[in-house]
Design a protein around this ligand. Structure first.
Ligand code: TRP
Length: 449
């Protein structure tokens, strides 16, 4: 079975594809608005703690499960647990979470596509953030959200249709460096605007009085979301990895790239935001209201703005393909469907599932679930509940179910030169630290402790 499975052609190909999955709207769209809604520097600090103490060890665990089993999430847990239904249901939960995330994520990706078109049309030339807010409202209250959601689904399906190596690996290689360059340009511009220093203070000086149990849960959920962790995406990518590759160093690379880009996005947004005297808590609209006007302060802003939204689309695309890939490998491996059939039907199902999210700014805006729109509720459920839940199970599986010796044998493959002490530290993290911290955050957020 494993013999005819595709494998990454190089280690760097794997790292870039996994980093491509991790880096996306989560870093550039979601991280800044969560920081803006949850108190700035203190939230960033919590986020970094979650990344280091929970994210990195669980990233290693998830990739390791995939590489050891060389299967989709459900198949991997079946193979490695000897068909234990509990562990298999962890795989199922992952695939289900993939459906949910892709359905609303793709809507925002579609919005970015719409912003490419608006940028080309020149709609943002010379406007202020307030006027940009009006454009955002007009855009999200029209049926364009559904149309662009459909178009983006076509793009995603198109790439997954052609398979892992040809589609995903190649498309991940050029886009990310370009995106980073343009973010750096925006950071320099933002920081040099008059009044920007208050934004730096906001990013660097924590005020813990704003932190509640819910804030900690959001930081944890965002760590999982941003790392594409907890639902089998990294497991699936790991299943195309060879036993010669070093998992701990690959994982470290992925985590550093992902976290670095989220932090850069923070520095791209907040100095400029404070310079323009805008409020930080604008929710999902934040980057859409703020970034288009900032380009007006840059020489050649018209072109840079188009380029930025094109690259944002591409960053989102490497993430949507990873989500669709999980669903696809699952159906191909488990039910022996043809890959191409699955992509077409899966794409249509996800498109339909995403329509309520696409309409949650207009037709369905009045529907609220615990105070959240349909879009917000799906995001909350997937990011803050399902992903950490998946993460705890992945940690327990590698930490306890496998047994101490087995886990060390598997992780040792390909990383023979990594010191044993570090491996043991990892094991201690997945056995104790990560599960206990996740459990504490859960209990704390529902007010039990
Ligand atoms: N991590 C991606 C981002 O930050 C989103 C994403 C892609 C994702 N695949 C995932 C999130 C799997 C959770 C699980 O944009």
């Amino acid at each position: 079975m494993a013999g005819d499975r595709e494998q990454w052609t190089s280690k760097i190909g794997f790292i870039l594809a996994a980093a491509g999955s991790a880096v996306g709207l989560g870093n550039i769209w979601k991280f800044p608005y969560l920081v803006g809604e949850n108190g700035g520097a203190a939230f960033i600090l919590l986020y970094l703690i979650c990344i280091a103490a929970i994210g990195l060890p669980v990233v290693i665990a998830e990739i390791l499960i995939g590489r050891t089993a060389q299967q989709n999430p459900v198949g991997s847990f079946r193979k490695l647990s000897g068909g234990n239904p509990f562990w298999m249901s962890v795989g199922f939960l992952g695939v289900l979470t993939g459906f949910i995330i892709l359905s609303y994520y793709n809507v925002i990706a579609g919005l970015c596509l719409g912003y490419v078109v608006e940028s080309v049309k020149g709609s943002f030339q010379g406007i202020s953030p307030i006027q940009a807010g009006v454009i955002f409202q007009r855009f999200t209250q029209s049926s364009q959200t559904v149309i662009y959601h459909g178009l983006f689904m076509l793009l995603t399906g198109g790439i997954v249709y052609f398979g892992v190596i040809k589609g995903i690996e190649k498309s991940s290689k050029i886009m990310m460096p370009m995106l980073i360059v343009i973010i750096l340009v925006l950071i320099v511009r933002g920081i040099t605007l008059p009044g920007a220093s208050r934004g730096l203070v906001y990013l660097l000086k924590p005020n813990f009085s704003l932190i509640t149990g819910q804030t900690v849960l959001k930081a944890l959920g965002q760590a999982f979301f941003s790392l594409s962790l907890g639902m089998g995406a990294l497991l699936t990518y790991g299943s195309y990895l060879s036993k010669r590759d070093n998992i701990p160093t690959s994982a470290l690379n992925i985590v550093v790239i992902d976290t670095g880009i989220a932090l850069l996005a923070g520095f791209m947004i907040f100095p400029a935001l404070f310079a323009m005297q805008q409020p930080p808590d604008q929710g999902e609209a934040l980057i859409f209201n703020l970034l288009p006007p900032i380009f007006n302060y840059i020489y050649g802003g018209y072109i840079f703005r188009i380029l930025f939204f094109v690259l944002l689309c591409l960053a989102a695309l490497t993430s949507t393909i990873s989500l669709l890939e999980v669903i696809t490998t699952f159906l191909v491996d488990e039910y022996k469907f043809k890959r191409k059939t699955v992509v077409v039907i899966g794409g249509i199902v996800v498109f339909l599932l995403g329509i309520p999210s696409a309409l949650s700014y207009n037709l369905l805006a009045t529907i609220k679930i615990s105070g959240l729109t349909i879009f917000g509720a799906l995001d909350y459920l997937a990011s803050n509940i399902f992903l950490p839940l998946g993460g705890i199970c992945i940690a327990l599986f590698t930490g306890w179910f496998w047994g101490r010796k087995n886990a060390l044998v598997y992780i040792h493959e390909g990383s023979e030169r990594t010191p044993l002490g570090l491996m043991k530290l990892w094991q201690c993290m997945v056995r104790y630290i990560a599960p206990i911290l996740i459990a504490l955050v859960f209990l704390n957020s529902i007010g039990i402790i």
